[in-house]
Design a protein around this ligand. Structure first.
Ligand code: SIN
Length: 528
């Protein structure tokens, strides 16, 4: 694959954009929170592929896990995280995550993020899968991501040292063997390519859910930042660890992004049933419906395989309509829209891709193996999630490690330097002969990748199918490697090939089942 995908001919018209001290790619909670912790003497560009309302963070329902309740303590949160992670978590990263959780929640409160509170003004705390007690704070009932992202966005827009570049697509990270020097970006509306000089780049581009047919991730979550970092020489880690959420709403609507039924619904007492009404999680795990989500996902899939049902049912009838509509207003109105009345009807649910535990390997300051290149949030692999993320640890990770990236940059004080980057780039990009693919060809290849990933790198895998899937991905790469990357669509396809290939290689390299990477024999999987 190529080191740079920026077309050679675009270099002539490459606009030498501004010099920034820090470029942040991604406007979810990780990127925005990092930007707000950078010294305001630093000139910052915050790049967003679409806008602040289009990120995984925005859609996050459940909440943020942190040791808040009197009966809770750090030891228990660490243990629950390690247990969900199935032995692959990095203990020191988990310790940092948990230790710095409560102070980051307080910071959000000071920023006027509207957390839900009880009649005494105390934070309301709920429970989700894998947590042995209530530990999750939330906003707007089930709109934690939206409320938090909205508020952070308002503050970011007021900061004079932060330029927000909307509808701007990351093309390439510019670096030499050791350190980062900037990024090439493309404006989606004008198609103009710009080189932004910066000695510090934070990748906070989120996950890769749109490599799958069924995902809760928004369109655009195709792992762009991860692919760009990999091309620049960043190490990736745990690429096979893809998380499937047990409960997304089943409807007959054709949609790019599935609607999530938060685990907090089970935290408040909802129960999974098969179509005969049997509560099938009983006896499968000591925590039953609130087992870690990789386990619940697999048990649902096994139950569907056993019964031949096309979906599982979530029984919320133990809650009153009044309680449900107040506690989960977004879910309530979405269900009503589809004629599901929660006091009488069960919610039809099915597992779908939700989160990526792997990503760009970082240390505890969010730094990669390339000087000045940082990653945080879902794009990063700090090691805290191991083989399976504990519910609501993801927004916490965005806060803790977003702030850590910023503090490390503040302390290292590497400011923008002038350089003859354009000249160097012209030499490095060389003259790859590229071939233009039509819009239809690009869509067909994207569809093919999504089908391969969904069929063979899902919640239950087998070695034979993964092997032939890897060959299929390599065939696509050989057909498209020299494609012209002059549209967002084309660049996305290139990034999808790169990321899918890394997932396939990592999945085949891990020979035994652990956490979300669950391998069974082909005979078993053919009965799906
Ligand atoms: C949920 O609300 O179930 C999702 C929260 C998370 O992904 O941790």
């Amino acid at each position: 694959m190529r080191r740079y995908i920026c077309p050679k001919r675009k270099l002539d018209g490459l606009d030498a954009g501004e010099k920034y001290d820090v470029v942040i790619v991604g406007s979810g909670i990780a990127g925005m929170y990092a930007s707000l912790h950078l010294d305001d003497s630093l000139k910052v560009a915050l790049i967003t592929k679409v806008d602040i309302e289009t990120s995984n963070s925005w859609y996050a329902q459940g909440g943020i896990a942190a040791v808040i309740a009197k009966q809770d303590n750090s030891k228990m949160h660490i243990e629950d995280t390690l247990k969900a992670g199935a032995g692959l978590c990095k203990q020191e990263a988990v310790e940092v995550l948990v230790a710095e959780g409560p102070e980051n929640i307080r910071e959000l409160q000071n920023m006027d993020v509207p957390f839900d509170v009880d009649a005494d003004g105390e934070l309301q705390i709920t429970r989700e899968g894998g947590h042995r007690l209530r530990r999750i704070v939330h906003c707007g009932g089930d709109a934690t991501g939206k409320e938090t992202t909205k508020r952070l966005g308002e503050i970011v827009m007021q900061r004079r040292n932060i330029d927000v570049l909307f509808h701007t697509f990351l093309v390439d990270i510019v670096s030499d063997a050791k350190s980062v020097q900037g990024v090439i970006v493309c404006d989606a509306e004008s198609g103009k390519y710009t080189l932004l000089h910066s000695q510090n780049v934070i990748i906070a581009t989120g996950g890769l859910g749109q490599l799958y047919n069924y995902t809760t991730n928004p369109v655009g979550a195709v792992g762009d930042g991860i692919a760009c970092a990999y091309r620049a020489g960043a190490r990736l880690r745990n690429m096979e660890m893809i998380q499937f959420h047990p409960t997304t709403l089943v409807t007959n609507e054709n949609t790019d992004r599935l609607f999530l039924i938060s685990e907090a619904v089970r935290g408040e007492g909802a129960v999974l049933r098969n179509k005969k009404g049997e509560a099938f999680m009983q006896g499968k795990h000591p925590m039953a419906d609130l087992a870690p989500r990789d386990i619940v996902t697999r048990e649902i899939l096994k139950e569907l395989r056993r019964t031949g049902d096309d979906c599982a049912l979530l029984d919320c009838t133990a809650m009153t309509g009044e309680f449900f509509s107040k506690r989960f207003p977004t879910i309530f109105s979405q269900c009503e829209k589809f004629g599901i009345h929660l006091t009488e009807d069960y919610i039809p649910v099915h597992p779908a891709q939700h989160y990526f535990m792997g990503g760009i390997e970082t240390d505890l300051d969010g730094m990669t193996n390339i000087e000045g290149l940082y990653a945080c949030g879902e794009a990063a692999c700090t090691g805290i999630h191991g083989a399976n993320r504990l519910a609501s640890n993801s927004m916490l990770e965005c806060l803790v490690f977003g702030r850590r990236c910023a503090r490390h940059i503040n302390a290292s004080r590497v400011k923008a330097r002038s350089s003859d980057l354009e000249k160097k780039l012209a030499q490095e990009i060389g003259s790859v002969e590229t071939v233009a693919l039509s819009k239809e060809q690009i869509s067909a290849y994207k569809r093919e990748i999504k089908n391969i990933m969904s069929d063979d790198f899902g919640a239950m895998r087998n070695a034979e199918d993964m092997q032939s899937a890897k060959h299929e991905i390599e065939r696509i790469i050989s057909e498209c490697e020299n494609m012209e990357c002059d549209t967002q669509d084309a660049m996305e396809l290139y990034n999808m090939m790169e990321v899918a290939h890394r997932v396939a290689i990592a999945a085949l390299a891990r020979k035994t089942s652990v956490g979300a990477h669950y391998i069974e024999s082909k005979v078993m999987s053919e009965n799906v």
